[in-house]
Design a protein around this ligand. Structure first.
Ligand SMILES: *Cc1c(COP(=O)(O)O)cnc(C)c1O
Length: 413
């Protein structure tokens, strides 16, 4: 690998069919933002939308807005839009709660749909909240069902006749490794198990075809590649064929068949709406809709192609500029097995990430030694990749990371 230059990166940006989308986001000049897989950038349209919802709808129309301004339909309306990003049909996705809470609801529903089976299977190193939520749920079930973990490479072999649900994250949050969603789904079904996918690190950057794969259940995050804002509501998917059987335990009134009849007892709504619990967060879903709308204007194949180009460029440039500086690439080098992020390892990873942030290159650190860089294809440019690697090299060559302040651990890394 030799001879990649900054001007070659500029030429790629000039030819980029998605280049026009960068302008739709508020991004400070001079900042290289490689953390859109953790908190997506702010769409410029979001502030105006929120202003309109607050002043005109809430301020002017007040409670009439639930119907007059369509507030009550927001979870389904935005869910139907997200469905298009994950290969689901209208009525199979709804916006609600957080990813963690949605995992709880769907995992509980899934375990109940496989009575007599005693295990939930996940992989070693799955995202902590997924495991913690499973542990909390299984504790409530009194130990009737237990959590099993298997190495990702041997996961399919670990599915057996006792597996109620296989619960996996599609794109690994650390390495960016992508599961073969269709193949693992088929393997779960071959043993009579259900599959529950966490699409937090895929939706909006990696093509997902839930319907074509025959997937049962899924959850995903609103504030990463969907650019819905900090703590944005999440979404969940239930395949149409399971919707009458999927009973979730947070049986709040918004999932009731007739919430405004104020009946004494719970009766689940038909379809996806029973997956709601309480009143939808209107301001937050309005903000999420702005992020989703931009993604729907872009072609998913073009997004994936650019994402692959950016992550491949980053790996090539690290090989070219940072050889011998102590880094290893912890993500798959084969593009087809990689999501929209690249993980490097380095013994001084934490301090190096802090030094990069000090110079306006924002990635993040994941314990124990991972430097993680996300490449949101809507707004990251090829020159950003060049500048990030050039800065990384400078920091290493000058040992600029080795300062006391860069070793102090912050509350959020
Ligand atoms: C980001 C992420 C979450 C986030 O869960 P919250 O409930 O929003 O905190 C969950 N799972 C995975 C795999 C994630 O990447």
């Amino acid at each position: 690998m030799s001879g990649l230059t900054r001007s070659a990166c500029e030429a790629r940006d000039a030819a980029d069919p998605l280049a026009r989308f960068r302008d739709r986001f508020d991004l400070p000049a001079g900042l290289v933002y490689l953390d859109g897989n953790s908190l997506g950038a702010a769409p410029r349209a979001t502030a105006a939308r929120l202003e309109a919802v607050v002043r005109r709808e809430w301020g002017g129309d007040l409670i009439r807005s639930w119907v007059a301004n369509g507030w009550i339909d927001l979870p389904v309306r935005v869910g139907d839009k997200i469905a298009r990003l994950v290969g689901a049909a209208p009525g199979e996705v709804i916006v609600a709660d957080s990813t963690s809470v949605n995992l709880f609801k769907l995992l509980a529903a899934a375990v109940a749909m496989r009575p007599g089976r005693k295990t939930v299977l996940t992989e070693d190193g799955n995202f902590p909240t997924d495991v913690y939520v499973a542990q909390g749920l299984l504790g409530l079930l009194g130990g009737r069902v237990v959590l099993r973990r298997a190495d990702a490479a041997r996961l399919v072999d670990a599915i057996d006749d006792d597996t109620a649900v296989v619960m996996l994250t599609h794109v690994d949050y650390r390495s960016g490794r992508v599961h073969d969603l269709a193949a693992v789904t088929a393997a779960a079904h071959a043993k009579g198990a259900l599959i529950l996918w966490d699409l937090s690190h895929s939706t909006g950057a990696v093509p997902v075809a839930l319907g074509a794969a025959g997937a049962d259940l899924a959850v995903g995050c609103g504030y990463k590649y969907l650019n819905g804002g900090p703590g944005a509501p999440a979404f969940l998917y239930v395949a149409r064929r399971h919707q009458d059987a999927a009973r979730q335990p947070l049986s709040g009134w918004m999932g009731h068949a007739r919430p405004f009849d104020f009946e004494d007892d719970y009766r689940p709504h038909a379809g996806i709406i029973r997956q709601l619990c309480g009143t939808p967060s209107v301001l937050a879903i309005a903000a999420l809709e702005e992020g989703v709308d931009i993604l729907l204007e872009a072609d998913m194949a073009a997004l994936r192609a650019k994402s692959v180009a950016l992550t491949s460029l980053f790996i090539d440039l690290v090989d070219q500029e940072c050889a011998g500086l102590g880094f290893a690439v912890a993500s798959p080098r084969e593009a087809a097995r990689r999501g929209s992020q690249v993980a490097l390892t380095h013994a001084h990873g934490y301090a190096i990430v802090q030094a990069l942030i000090g110079r306006g290159v924002i990635g993040d650190f994941r314990t124990p030694d991972i430097l993680r860089f996300g490449f949101a294809p809507l707004y990251v440019r090829h020159v950003d990749v060049w500048d990030a690697v050039a800065t990384l090299r400078e920091i290493m060559v000058a040992e600029a990371w080795n300062r006391p302040e860069f070793h102090v651990r912050a509350a959020v890394t």
